[in-house]
Design a protein around this ligand. Structure first.
Ligand code: ZN
Length: 285
């Protein structure tokens, strides 16, 4: 029997090779585009409680790949299929409803309460029902929708569920790049993972310059997931008329069928409110 070191080496050889390449890509993109610092490892092997970071578990006499290896495969398939360090720290406990309180417009608070509850309910229910209906969180910039999506991902990833978190413009860039001869992963492989991953989060399905090609890719992912009843969480700053305008009627109707819709609005951009609080704390304001 192989010793476990060999088995790990075999299991890991492809992904560590990919990681090295990704590191190079990451270093390049850091110089070109400082905002793309999100390509950081999400689940380090050392954090897996099942295999204790070895990547394999023993079953009788033989060693088999631990389930965390599947999440690694999902993460490694997309260059940017990772949440930033910041997003990884978000939790439901930190979701502060006070940002939504406004005496003249109570809707902000009520809507935020509903969206928070829906996100928490989804996170609970999907653990017993893999076909739980998804969520579409809409709202303007700084209204907390990505925060909620990240909270969902963090709870589920910590419990070893397979989650793919994709920012839509990055997904489209990556699908386009998959045509390049340099790309290790084909477009078909990437689409296949996005279609079939147990839980998909599409962040920022916004007013980007969609071509017919990119509209078709998004439709194909959503249509597959709707047919297979696989849960999808979507964040968008568009309303339904705008979604229809940008992505077409058929995508819009699929979204309604596969998601419960919640709108988040805040009296003021929450990032701005947090900034003011932080600087006040430092005596700067
Ligand atoms: Zn493991």
């Amino acid at each position: 029997m192989d010793n476990s070191g060999d088995i790990i080496a075999k299991l890991m050889s492809k992904s560590s090779f990919k990681r090295e390449q990704k590191q190079n890509i990451k270093n390049q993109s850091l110089q070109d585009a400082p905002e793309q610092t999100s390509a950081l490892p999400q689940v380090e092997l050392s954090t897996c409680p099942i295999c204790d970071g070895r990547g394999i578990v023993l079953q009788g006499d033989s060693a088999i790949a631990c389930s965390c290896m599947e999440q690694k495969r999902i993460d490694n398939s997309f260059k940017y299929a990772r949440m930033s360090k910041e997003l990884q720290t978000y939790s439901f406990a930190q979701f502060n409803l006070e940002y939504y309180r406004n005496s003249t417009e109570p809707d902000h608070y009520v809507n935020a309460q509903k969206a928070l509850k829906a996100a928490q309910d989804f996170t609970e229910k999907v653990q017993t029902n893999p076909y739980e209906i998804g969520l579409l969180l809409s709202g303007p910039v700084g209204s907390g929708k990505t925060f909620l999506a990240a909270c969902i991902a963090n709870v589920l990833l910590a419990k070893q569920y397979k989650v793919l978190f994709l920012v839509v413009p990055d997904l489209l860039d990556e699908l386009r790049a998959s045509f390049s001869a340099k790309s290790e992963t084909s477009e078909a492989d990437l689409l296949d993972i996005a279609r079939t991953v147990p839980i998909l989060i599409l962040d920022d399905l916004g007013a980007h310059n969609y071509t017919e090609w990119s509209r078709n890719r998004i439709y194909s992912i959503l249509n597959y997931r709707m047919n297979e009843q696989l849960p999808t969480i979507i964040t968008t700053n568009l309303n339904f008329d705008e979604i229809e305008q940008h992505l077409g009627e058929r995508t819009c109707s699929r979204l309604l069928q596969m998601c419960r819709v919640f709108r988040l609005t805040a009296p003021q951009d929450i990032r701005r409110q947090k900034y003011i609080q932080r600087e006040k704390g430092k005596g700067q304001l």
